[in-house]
Design a protein around this ligand. Sequence first.
Ligand code: AHR
Length: 552
Amino acid sequence: MRTFTRRTFVGSALAGGAALVAPSLAGAARRPAARAAGTPADSRIDVLLDEPIGTIAPEIYGHFVENLGGVVYDGVWVGERSRVPNIDGVRRALVEALRPIRPSVVRWPGGCFADAYDWHDGVGPRDRRPRRTNFWADDANFRDVGIVPQRYDPNQFGTQEFLHFCRLVGAQPYLAVNLRSLPARSFVEWVEFCNSPAGSTTLADLRAAGGDREPYGVRYWGIGNESWGCGGNFTPEEYAAEYRRFATWTVPDYGVGLRFIGAGPSGGDVDWTRRFFAALDGRRDLGRMWGWALHHYSSPPSGGALQFDAPAWYGLLASGDLMESLITRHWQVMGERDRERRVKLVVDEWGAWYEMTTNVDPTHLFGQQSTIRDAVLTGLTLDTFNRHADKVAMANVAQLVNCIHSLFLARGDQFVATPTYHVFAMYAAHQGAQAVRSVVTSPEIHYATAQNETRTLRGLNGSASRRENVLTLTVTNPDLSEPREAEIAVRGGAIRSARATTLTSRDVHDHNTFDAPRTVVPAEAEVAVSASPLAYRFPAASVTKLEFALGG
Ligand code: AHR
């Protein structure tokens, strides 16, 4: 869990202010440019169709809705009697924006909130549900917001409302279980409420009374969250004992094929992974575990979501690019005990996390704006997952709306999609496709930190996938000022036609607002395919999707 205190925010806002924006960035107008004829290439991308990696699980394009700040109340749930257009209480604009990007899976109710939540509070008639103090009520960033649903939870959005939301947007539910403050029995009952056959149990009848006679068939269950921190402050051995108690014998499957997800490490804490797997060793089924959760938040060395200079731009992206080594390091350690590779990685919290200075409403704890910097981070992270399609089975960006690294901002009847949303829309083409290896050669970026130390970040990077005769290649260019001239070769196939979708912005600080919702939106264009390899210019600070029709 990241904590930014109010003191941090005030301090950096005063210290930096407008001066945080380096003169070289302020007002810089940058547009994608067509590659000039004869411009020499500085980069090369080889897509190797004959080197498959694995199927890209649609669940990699998953989301996270925690009962935190403005995510649920004001974000997802407005209530049936709201003046905000809604479908059975769920914000209609959100549903309509989500459907086309195929959200695959949504995690709920937390996060840290999950280990304080009793699911019984959120079922049955809404007017009889208890009000409870939200886990986040006392967060240092959350003072002075009064008695609001974000702080005193009215439990209007419970299991059935969440499952209806999932159904509306076509996503699978992923429920996070309270391991810190409820007994395993409560977990078993939650599974029974969700999955026991119609008419079979008292809890199935309770579900039917709420309008859902048929079971939901919930497959994904997270056994605790951040159990090294807000989820109980356990040691890996203590958590392994708790995990075993919750997951091993107690839970009937109801023919669903339950998939349990263990609360894995924060960032590079391989000790947590190693010791947990060692503690479960000797169990053939590794405690029925299907996924091992990894959390990684990226932060710049200074500055907020909108005020940043070049060191903060590159620092944030370098922090995000650690995802590559986090995946490979934890995967290697998991393999020391899980030789049959039963357990996959589930990166169920990731995103950029800034000091809270740009939330659109004071009740939106951890709310933040989003620029092309966040879009590039989104692209490079999703590309990393695609390249490790054999290891990563699910990922959930934190969080869907009004929070860290959100796809949407909403307040009352106002609603806007962020640049991050547009990257998810562009990358949806990868879902369920076959990831294939690509080799990218591109100049590294050498940048100076605020302390004038030189650091290196890789230049162009991306991922490729194939579905029948369509090849999707997505590429990020993290360079603030240099476009990249690339040659693109497809080994094992020929490009018949190509179409590009590009997300970039005139100024890297541009962002979408309720009043100007289309400041940062993608542009589509046909690409002339006249030579092989194909010559293509990737604009500075951009995310690009190239879709190739293949033949031959
Ligand atoms: O996403 C916000 C919080 O960050 C989650 O509740 C917690 O799991 C993580 O620390």
